[in-house]
Design a protein around this ligand. Structure first.
Ligand SMILES: O=C1C[C@@](O)(C(=O)O)C[C@@H](O)[C@@H]1O
Length: 259
């Protein structure tokens, strides 16, 4: 049976895996599972394009029984100059055919837009059809917006996440910034607001100076997950904690709001 993100006990620890080859990706996942990751976001944008076959993707998505979600954002070998969004959508479908539990649709798929959320009705209709198609294949769907390096107040984050939720996805995700202690407090308030207001599970993450502490607290306040890297590498740098550390923190932080 296809693994599921929605059936995991929230909050859970999901590893972000960014490796240049399928073999290193699979090794990273197997090691990461051993260290306590419960799910995997697998960034395949660094792979050589000829590796993105159904056969290799099937090997990837069956390397362990944990739910996995490919990340096919517009970067590196999947940059907008190399791959159209229609082909990106087909790549995600190929990943589902190969066993991916879920896919991550960018909020501006089919019409690049500020704050990674399109308001173009034609693009939105196309996104909704893609969501239906993914559901029909048995996969779960997350929609994400990455608003890097920008502080976004809680009410605006909530409006944004309502818009994502309205597109029919199973998980809503947003990444913003917290660079001052006031922004950190607002980020905590925002997670609670999202928890109270959204019907779907959500991912709420900050980058910036206060990213690490926000990423430990968000799951405690109602976010579905926090992300970790297995280790920092040339491909994986960022505010995400190391899986082993995040595992210990989530295990010891024995208070959280239930779904
Ligand atoms: O979607 C995400 C989440 C992320 O942006 C973060 O802030 O943790 C990091 C990216 O590598 C990943 O693709």
């Amino acid at each position: 049976m296809r693994p599921s993100f929605l059936k995991l006990n929230a909050p859970y620890l999901a590893a972000i895996v960014i490796e240049p080859t399928p073999e290193l990706t699979i090794a990273n996942i197997l090691n990461g599972e051993h260290e306590g990751a419960e799910a995997f976001m697998v960034d395949i944008a660094a792979w050589a394009p000829d590796c993105l076959t159904k056969e290799t993707l099937t090997r990837l998505f069956h390397c362990c029984g944990r739910p996995m979600m490919p990340l096919c954002y517009r970067s590196r070998n999947l940059g907008a100059d190399k791959v159209s969004d229609d082909d990106r959508a087909e790549l995600m479908i190929r990943c589902i055919d190969a066993g991916a539990a879920a896919c991550d649709i960018m909020g501006d798929l089919f019409a690049p837009a500020p704050h990674e959320l399109t308001r173009d009705q034609k693009a939105i209709d196309k996104q909704k059809k893609l969501v239906d198609r993914m559901h029909a294949l048995g996969a779960e769907v997350l929609m994400s917006s990455h608003i890097y390096n920008e502080y976004v107040p809680g009410d605006a984050v909530l409006d944004h996440m309502f818009e994502i939720q309205n597109r029919g996805v199973d998980i809503a995700k947003i990444v913003v910034s917290a660079n001052t202690d006031d922004e950190l407090i607002e980020a905590f308030r925002t997670t609670v607001l999202l928890k109270k207001s959204l019907k779907v599970p959500f991912v709420h993450l900050c980058n910036g100076k206060f990213a690490r502490i926000q990423r430990y607290m968000a799951p405690v306040l109602g976010a579905a997950l926090t992300f970790g890297f297995r280790e920092y590498t040339a491909h994986a740098t960022g505010p995400q904690p190391i899986i082993r550390n995040a595992r210990a923190v989530l295990d010891e932080l024995s208070w959280h709001q239930d779904y």
